[in-house]
Write a protein that binds this ligand. Structure first.
Ligand code: HEC
Length: 246
């Protein structure tokens, strides 16, 4: 038994390590993948603010529409450029070589980013852009230091500066730690609205990373219902068989 417990602990440890995200405190994304309205808002944000630089090359427009509760017409009208076709994947026109020249690093494909980084990391990433004049785009990011991406959602969130504290560790080295933010130029959303937007976007990216998970959760529920039903039948059967013995 002891061995089993130890084995379980070791099986779980790497997951905990991954979730820690390099020591920076991550905020909980609290996404709800069954919330179609949230996924639809996330898809809209993604198309409007991200698809100019990032692709989602494993995601087809029509499949996405069906999964998040939109008709083909709605997808066409709200989420696609006129030149794209429904069965096409969400790719972009920017050549990688140019992107590298402009941004230092090319914007990565975001199809599976939620699996690579985790949803809490993404949520925190969208919420921790701050003004840093020393950077090419004038912003830096708490969970992605020296990031090569502009704060594309600044019109919504606004621009904030970091409030910092300087700690000295045991060896006498100084570390600057971000303790909070101060809004310098407000955006069109208040804090709660922007939190929700960041959550919607994160939910959409989580869905895109694993479209089947919506269905899988549903199947899981059916399986549990079946097992419960089967348990009752098995129990009644057992009673019936043993009736004569006892
Ligand atoms: C103007 C172009 C541009 C736009 C628009 C843009 N990004 Fe980026 N993004 C980049 C670049 C360039 C990088 C790579 C940064 C680096 O490696 O330093 C990046 C990196 C990222 C990363 C980190 C990837 C990693 O390596 O883990 C995420 C997540 C991301 N972008 C999400 C988004 C989302 C979501 C949107 C829309 C709200 C968006 N980006 C809009 C250019 C852009």
């Amino acid at each position: 038994m002891k061995k089993l417990i130890v084995a379980c602990v070791f099986a779980v440890l790497p997951v905990l390590g991954m979730a820690a995200g390099g020591g920076v405190h991550l905020e909980k994304a609290n996404i709800d993948l069954r919330d179609n309205a949230s996924l639809q808002r996330g898809a809209k944000l993604f198309v409007n603010y991200c698809l100019s630089c990032h692709s989602a090359a494993y995601q087809r427009y029509n499949r996405m529409g069906r999964d998040i509760g939109l008709s083909d017409e709605q997808v066409k009208e709200h989420l696609m450029l006129a030149s794209d076709k429904l069965g096409e994947t969400m790719t972009i026109a920017m050549p990688t070589a140019d992107a590298k020249k402009w941004f230092g690093n090319p914007p990565p494909d975001l199809s599976v980013i939620a699996r690579a980084r985790g949803v809490d990391w993404l949520y925190t990433y969208f919420k921790t852009f701050y003004i840093d004049e020393s950077r090419p785009f004038g912003v830096n990011n708490k969970v992605f230091p020296d990031v090569g991406m502009p704060h594309v959602l600044w019109e919504l969130e606004g621009m904030k500066k970091a409030v910092t504290r300087t700690d000295t560790d045991a060896e006498g080295n100084e570390h600057t730690v971000i303790t909070g933010y101060e809004m310098v130029k407000p955006g069109s959303m208040n804090e709660a609205e922007y939190d929700q937007a960041a959550r919607d976007l994160t939910a959409f990216l989580a869905y895109t990373g694993e479209p089947i998970q919506l269905k899988r959760q549903q199947i899981g529920v059916y399986v549990l219902i079946f097992l419960l039903f089967f348990f009752v039948v098995a129990y009644l059967l057992k009673k019936e068989y043993w009736k004569d013995v006892h």
